[in-house]
Design a protein around this ligand. Structure first.
Ligand SMILES: Cc1cc2nc3c(=O)[nH]c(=O)nc-3n(C[C@H](O)[C@H](O)[C@H](O)COP(=O)(O)OP(=O)(O)OC[C@H]3O[C@@H](n4cnc5c(N)ncnc54)[C@H](O)[C@@H]3O)c2cc1C
Length: 345
């Protein structure tokens, strides 16, 4: 079987690419090593409102759990600042599932429980996780949408090597919240803690800079104790998850006939960890470039839209976040809502 495009990874990046390509009539194969798409959820599940306005079809009502209006920042020096941050908390597993269904409806051939192993030219080597069988498919173009630790990116030679470990638990909320809560603390070095409300529960997590050599589980435990003591959440863990956030910014997103989208190309923000919107956006851009038969324009557009924005955040991370002594100096220079972030390089 010969495909126009084979897409590895059915997260938001891969499924968006598949959807737009299939809608235009391309012959698309979408594979994922997961048997159940979207599960387990490894995400805080916050999405900016803008994404829903841009792609209303991607967000059916049952995906959206609640709206949020602001981001409230709690600093260790006692200042609490509020920044408008309209968006919503979604059921991420259902979102990933919906995007796949939309792509299939447009004609994408989707296969799950299939792990991408490697490629040679236009031949992809795939392994069926259930049977263990190896088989080969042929595709003119390959899209790596296989997440932070992308195998496709590794095979292209330029890939992310630095990651921020993140860990999250879901706990019942004591009282409903209408905002995202962000905590900067000395014991969360090179990162932050979050409480993202999702109806009666909240996703409570931490991400840290690995240069500090701490165990993420210990940092999360301490954060959990703080937010329980402060009366935000109940002491009853409903779910646990975690993952890795690419921390080097955009990688070269095009090599020959291989394009990288979403986390595979390092498009996640290396300080906030936000990556869903960028995965969708790069999926749209990659599909347009493929349909226009102008792969080079994908790389150019990525550099134009994300290159400087993410590159600047990486520089700040490298310059400031390995030290975590003077938070009153460091936090405003590394967190996007502070004026010092915008003023200083
Ligand atoms: C703890 C945590 C919290 C986060 N919270 C948020 C948040 O609140 N908001 C936000 O915007 N972002 C958040 N992010 C980041 C966000 O989850 C990612 O940026 C986003 O999922 C990237 O989408 P993607 O499609 O590029 O990759 P992914 O969603 O990671 O999808 C990649 C897919 O590829 C598949 N795959 C991997 N390797 C192979 C292979 N060899 N063969 C076949 N399939 C393969 C995987 O199974 C997976 O389904 C968070 C990340 C973490 C770790």
């Amino acid at each position: 079987m010969i495909y126009d495009v084979a897409i590895i990874g059915a997260g938001p990046g891969g499924s968006t690419t598949a959807y737009f390509l299939s809608r235009a009539g391309a012959k698309v194969l979408l594979i994922d090593s997961k048997i159940n798409i979207g599960k387990p959820v490894q995400c805080g599940e916050f999405v900016p409102l803008q994404l829903r306005l841009q792609f209303p079809k991607f967000f059916s009502e049952e995906l959206v759990v609640q709206r949020v209006r602001n981001m409230v920042h709690f600093t260790p020096w006692g200042e609490i600042s509020v920044t408008p941050s309209e968006g919503f908390l979604l059921n991420r597993d259902k979102f990933d599932e919906r995007l796949v269904k939309l792509a299939i409806k447009e004609g994408t051939e989707a296969r799950f429980g299939i792990r991408f192993v490697s490629f040679e030219g236009k031949n992809l080597i795939l392994k069926d996780r259930r049977s263990g069988n190896i088989h080969t498919v042929r595709s003119d173009i390959i899209v790596g949408a296989d997440g932070a630790r992308s195998t496709v990116a590794k095979l292209t030679g330029e890939y992310t090597k630095t990651f921020l470990p993140a860990a999250q638990i879901t706990l019942p909320l004591k009282e409903k919240l209408e905002d995202l809560l962000i905590f900067f603390r000395e014991y969360i070095p090179g990162g932050y803690g979050w409480i993202f409300p999702k109806g009666n529960v909240a996703n409570v997590g931490v991400g840290i800079d690995p240069r500090h050599g701490l165990k993420i589980s210990q940092v999360l435990k301490k954060f959990k104790e703080e937010v329980i003591a402060e009366g935000f959440v109940e002491d009853s863990i409903l779910k646990r998850t975690g993952g890795f956030i690419p921390a080097e910014g955009m990688k070269k997103p095009l090599r020959g006939n291989v394009l990288l989208v979403g986390d595979a190309g390092g498009f996640c923000h290396p300080i906030t960890g936000a990556g869903i919107a960028n995965a969708v956006q790069t999926g749209v851009m990659a599909s347009s470039a493929i349909l226009e038969n102008s792969l080079q324009s994908y790389e150019e557009e990525c550099r134009e839209i994300f290159g400087e924005f993410l590159g600047r955040a990486v520089l700040k991370r490298v310059k400031y976040m390995g030290h975590w002594e003077n938070l009153k100096f460091t936090v405003p220079r590394t967190w996007i809502t502070f004026k010092e972030y915008r003023e200083e390089v």
